[in-house]
Design a binder for this molecule. Sequence first.
Ligand code: NCD
Length: 324
Amino acid sequence: MIPNPQLDAQGRLHHLLAIDGLPRATLLAILDRAESFSREAADGRKKLPLLHGRTVVNLFFEPSTRTRTTFELAAKRLSADVVNVQLATSSTTKGETLLDTLRTLESMQVDLFVVRHKASGAAAFFARHTSPGVGILNAGDGRHAHPTQALLDMFTLRRHLNGRRFADLHVAIVGDILHSRVARSDIHALHALGVRDIRLVGPRTLVPELFTSLGVTVHQDFEASIAGVDVLMLLRLQRERMVGALLPSPGEFHSDFGLTPERLACLHEDVLVMHPGPINRGVELAGALAYAKPSLILEQVHNGIAVRMAVMAEILADPAETRA
Ligand code: NCD
């Protein structure tokens, strides 16, 4: 049997590279641990000693605001030492290879690298080449995966189930699925939790038919396909990744697929609206809907801290220590 690259010999999480291939029990353990971190923070215990003496490096080869900041805060709240390396401004621009950058930073006795890179597969590449004791946490690799975003989305959703089961939910993911690592990770996470009805909605150029191989349905008619959904996950148009004219214009996207107050009024009153950010007002959704009920956008950002704390603790905390 080929060993799971994300787990160590004892079956504990060593690298978090993708939701695909992550045991369901590990996913649930992360959500439960995040729940207890979140409760502790709500009770005023924001800073915990769990990772005291450990070193985390945020290695970001792509710009990021919420993901990098919440990873930094998560590491600090667990008392780890954390350093941010923004690679556009460091030695890779001087010709150093990725592996030389990794070796150089490893020699500083780093325990965990949080990696974001524009190439799909970059995190797995690091995981294959890093020293045995060092963990790799994927903070987004190309179009491939963004596992902590999916985990925080599931954490946020779970808090709003209100007695429903994941298996009962009807979920629509709307927008630029083609370029979205978030969509891929969310699909795997929703399946792992038992969701059966996942509808991908968008123009054919951004939601090709081949996505049906992931066990989802594909739709081009926004209004017809979101009827009866419990969760609407909106995605940003990733224009920086588009090659050629995949869209007539952002304005036309909004008129065909944007969430407006009128369209929202047609959905049932318990519908939940999510978006990983950054949002484009007037494109994926009308600006007025960004932070008003039923949008969970700011809650998603907030929950990112507890969830990222949970992943870091899962990878780095001594299993003998009391679980949070
Ligand atoms: C996403 C990303 O970078 O993949 N954002 C995020 O992490 N919050 C989605 C996006 O950039 O649109």
